[in-house]
Design a binder for this molecule. Sequence first.
Ligand code: LUB
Length: 188
Amino acid sequence: MQSRAAILRAAAKLFSEQGFAGTSLKDVAEELGMTKGAVYHHFTNKESIAVAVVEEHYARWPVVLAEVQALGLPPLETCRELLDRVAATFRDDDMVRAGARLQIERTVHKVRLPEPYVGWVELLTRLLSEARDAGQLRAGLVPEVAASAIVAGFFGVQHVSESLHERSDLQQRWRDMADLLFRSLRTD
Ligand code: LUB
């Protein structure tokens, strides 16, 4: 009996390649050599699989954050290293790629997914507030405003890279954007 995790991995691969509408629950079952009944043992429908994939997408970030925080970097460098590693997952990790595609298709498939972007704005606001308190930020800079700009910048960079190059150049494109963004945040 394949595990719930195996179903999510197979669904993520298919959702990231074919999108929600282009993937059937039968496709997921066949990808694993399972019957549809075995998949229904874990999930009631394709929508519930999509929700679980997006939840797994977001569950990645506290793990990456803990790894970066273990480096003991100053807050602004923690923020930059975190996003650098996150960019690599958008290129390499099917669960992350599938979550991003499911979110960008949300107005089409209308599955009730977790709200996008807000978690990152909160997390980056927290890190940038620590950077401000550590004297790393330019005077007058508002952490939440900067956090929202970084989230929009990251979203845009990964979306353009995916559209034009299937994210193959994402790491460098993000580093180019991060150079501009973080230079504008730092105190002189
Ligand atoms: C991030 C995407 C793609 C935000 O948080 C999210 O929902 C995101 C998928 O929806 O970019 C920027 C880190």
